[in-house]
Design a protein around this ligand. Sequence first.
Ligand SMILES: Nc1ncnc2c1ncn2[C@@H]1O[C@H](COP(=O)(O)OP(=O)(O)OP(=O)(O)O)[C@@H](O)[C@H]1O
Length: 536
Amino acid sequence: MDTHPTEKTLYLLEPSYVPVAATGRGQNIWSNIKSRLSQSNGAALLISFLSKSYFLQDSAKLFLLGSIIEAGRRLCQWFLIRFRIQYSITAEFVQGDPTYEWILHFLNDQEVWRRAREFEVSTKSSSRKWGITTGRTSEFVQYVPTYARPQIFRWNGHWLEITRAKPETHFGLFGQPVLGHPPGLSTMFVTVYTLDMSVMSAIVEEARKRYVEVSKPDVIIHMASNHHGGTWDRAKRQRRRPFNSIILQEGVLDSLLQDTKEFFKTESWYTERGIPHRRGYLLYGPPGSGKSSTICALAGELGMEMYSLSLASDYIDDSYFQRAAASMPKNSIFVIEDIDCVMPSWNDTGEDVPQMISRRPWEIPFSRSRVTLSTLLNVIDGVGSEEGRLFFTTTNHIDRLDPALIRPGRIDRKIPYYLATKEQAAALFMHFFPLNSISSANPHSDCPEVGTLNKSKETHEAQAIQLSKTFASQVPPHEFSIADLQGYLLRYKNEPERAAVEIRAWTEQEREYKRGERERVNKKIKEKEKKEAMPL
Ligand SMILES: Nc1ncnc2c1ncn2[C@@H]1O[C@H](COP(=O)(O)OP(=O)(O)OP(=O)(O)O)[C@@H](O)[C@H]1O
């Protein structure tokens, strides 16, 4: 039986819409191939179909061309990557590390972001000082580039490429972004086209120097993040506070400054004797007496940055605390607030201690830290931490501290803070109203002391001293904090005379208010005790 299709069958199977007008060499080739391969039925049919379908032929050519182009592109990419690996150095800067801040500031200085096209707009005060400020709103806002497109610029004769990776976003089951889930950390990649590693270190050093220079008028306070466990990715700047604006008992501030300076000068002394180069201070006393302000002023005076966390924060646990302590750079001040919240671990005591505890019913309950005493002691003893560490701890309740915590070697100096004395009240007044403000202020006609002063035309200095004495004489010692008095004086910013006279009425009013508060708390405690005493 003849299995070859006849000429007639072939034409019958050919689609009628295929044009058959093509002639010449191409057609001859196709005819040859067709005649050779038309040994089998299927192949013959296919060849016949292809030879007539110019649409398929063009598609095949396009496919071939596309494949060649794609292969070329991939090859170029491959070569580019190999070139980059061979002839460039890339450094990664991760948010939360101080170097990330330095490099951001440096890039901002270089105006690298000028050509960026995608920005996040943020108010100036709420984020770090970088980003582009333009136009009329520059006072208030800045434009922070958000995208990952590389930026190229030249620095000291080298080409640098910057890529900023977006923080990782978390997606739900159906690909929707999860609201409320903390975003990841931003990362910055800096690539330098050179084989010389010293160029990269020169960039980082330059970035650090510029950052330190620009930060001079401020104190930078890094705070532990409640999003990224154990990282310091939140920072705020505070204007440097004049050291003499802190009003303490005579000699306290000077000796503290002396002590800290001495500590940094004597690193080799510590090393030679095998003593860890670390110094710890405990500032204790009532709220608003100036503990945090002292540390801040000291940081400004020493030109150091602060890393501050409160052990009362519910997101700080043992591992968080250890990581945060370990990731702090050398020559910075570590501030651990509210150490009285730390208790021996549950296992150590074997007790079931609730989150809010109170030893006696009349004591205000305080929260228990998630950091255990043993971890705190380990961190203070320097486990996983840098040498050259100056740390400050603060508490309002020294009586609640474990003796192990404040033994010498862990806490080297304990500095008490008190409610305001008369001398402090007078000094605060003088600080609030310097001499020129007294001379330019309007005399208050209802004030006999002031009236006398103005009539007798005493010197401004004597006038100021007299007013401060009047003020201090009306402040009962050890009853109000400096923060309380500061709050009062703020009401009379331009009226020193009134401030000096009306303090008496204010103290009465405050006493009355505090008495009322105490009574309210006592009543609540009694009600609670009564309820507890009632049979169920
Ligand atoms: N001794 C002081 N000298 C100057 N200012 C002070 C002093 N004490 C308090 N202040 C002022 O009172 C405010 C609160 O002070 P600060 O935060 O330092 O108190 P604190 O003792 O750390 O309080 P807390 O124990 O509640 O943290 C600050 O604005 C500060 O300017």
